[in-house]
Design a protein around this ligand. Sequence first.
Ligand SMILES: Nc1ncnc2c1ncn2[C@@H]1O[C@H](COP(=O)(O)OP(=O)(O)OP(=O)(O)O)[C@@H](O)[C@H]1O
Length: 627
Amino acid sequence: MTEERLSFQAEVSRLLDIVAHSLYSEKEVFLRELVSNASDACDRLRYAALTQPELSAEDPNLQVRLLADKEARTLTVADNGIGMNREDLIENLGTIARSGTAAFMKSLKEANTEGKKDVNLIGQFGVGFYSAFMAADRVEVLTRKAGEAQGWRWLSDGKGEFTIAEAADLPRGTKIVLHLREGDDEYLEEHRLGAIVRKYSDHIAIPIVFGEGEDAKALNSASALWTRSKNEITAEQYKEFYHHVGHAFDEPWLTLHWRAEGALEYTNLLFVPSTKPFDLFDPKRAHRVKLYVKRVFITDAAEGLIPPYLRFLRGVVDSEDLPLNISREMLQHNPMLAKIRAGLTRRVLSELNKKAKDTENAAEYATFWENFGAVLKEGLYEDYEHRDELLKLLRFRSTAGDGLVSLEEYVGRMKDGQDAIFTLSGEDVDSLLRSPQLEGFRAKGVEVLLLTDPVDEFWMPSVGVYDGKPFKSVTRSGADLGKIKGGEEEKPEDKAPEGELVDLLALLKLTLSDAVKDVRKSERLTDSAVCLVSDDNDMDMHLERLLKQHKQLGADAAGAKRILEINPSHPLIKRLADRAKAEGAAVNLEDAAWLLLDQARIVEGESLPDPAAFARRLASAMEKGLA
Ligand SMILES: Nc1ncnc2c1ncn2[C@@H]1O[C@H](COP(=O)(O)OP(=O)(O)OP(=O)(O)O)[C@@H](O)[C@H]1O
């Protein structure tokens, strides 16, 4: 077959353009990426050979080999792993497959619109195979897939196109030949290559050798990092391993390395990232921890190995007891896997608890919480067994200040007569702090937890109480402030006399009867004239809005009617109460009634059902005011 000429996917061309022109300071990472791919290819072959031994029989010693040809100025990264056929080549080396790179491209777009220099971002993401073009102006891939006879040659100068042609007599596996750019001869030197391999790839379990035949030299220690004892591993090595196994480019926030012994033996090397991975809220909620059995890679998608609410973990679990030839499908139902998950969950939660309790480094835990708190909260309704542990990990913003508070701290400073944990849900803390519903709580010095994660609406009703105290939204009518002591007591003359309010309440109820469930005197307002609250048995206002946003409830669904609360000490309410006694008040105050309700809706962030009527009433009221 003759040579085929194909175009890169548009995103790849853009990416390559950036890669080639970047003055990326850590150019050497291209080698890390290629060695990492080569070792993954060996892992995949080793796994496939468990059920099809003939795949690796001709050449069973898996390894990665670096070859330098000073005359031709080429550096070759060769492996005898799984290899690629024509379709694999087109699919893998013509498009952007890896999630990290796709995310990288997305962030480039964002960075571009902000007019920032984009090239520096490469360092944060790594660009896999395409990083070869940082050091090479021409890349040749010679590859033959295990179990297939036909080999292939892929060639590109990274400028929009690549060619694919059949190639004869290739050994199994993949050779990446880099025709180095001018000035990049350092990557032909053994000592330089050895230093890069030791720096980034020493943890790789298969041998990485330099040269061929008699002169071949091992560059790494070739023992899986997690099998070494902790005191032999440096922080730097852990970090590099985390980058390799997690396809990550940040620092690990927490490194957990332990061996479980006894009835079930397994080694875990797990990391909590210090930044939020892009796919954290992917609906599949898949984790990325790799499962090995006796050092053989099995899968990075073992369902049931990690509970979904810990899906931010990266790393490996290596079991001594699971059968090596277990199919990925059978794994899920294996009781040993459930036991490993239970042990691992217990351990991870207890380590997180240690961090949470370390008040001297509260900022450190706050970083973790900002990144992964919303994910952990899913465990509160999914994993009853660990609920108590999880409750200890919770942190909240509150009306008490800028820091984060735990439930224990909150309960510790509850007021006399306060029997509930008060909460307020909304989109963001700043707008929550402006809510009129908070006024009375503030006046009495009662702390309110501010909730901004959608998941709060699910775990809170499921958990219900903490330490015997129910969670109660301040937007509910039953949030009874009267019983709580503290704050300034109001002087009776501040309020409209009871009798006068009766007329106004009756009038408002009559006028607004189709729009609200009730109109009541408020205990929670001190500054604002009005606010909306929901009846104790109705859906929380925030939850209703959230469900509408997520299309779980039709945007025009009626929803539960609200209760309008009026502030008896507000001058406007006092005036209206006065007017309400007069003859013909029902007609005269109709506009005022609707304006009060619309005002409360606006403050609540709700849209007005009839904005035109609102504008008309407001204009008329202003006109009268100016007359
Ligand atoms: N040496 C190799 N042998 C076999 N397949 C390879 C080799 N190098 C790359 N590939 C294939 O090309 C794909 C793309 O590689 P690339 O480095 O761009 O991303 P990736 O390794 O998939 O990304 P990630 O590291 O995030 O999984 C790989 O997933 C793999 O299927």
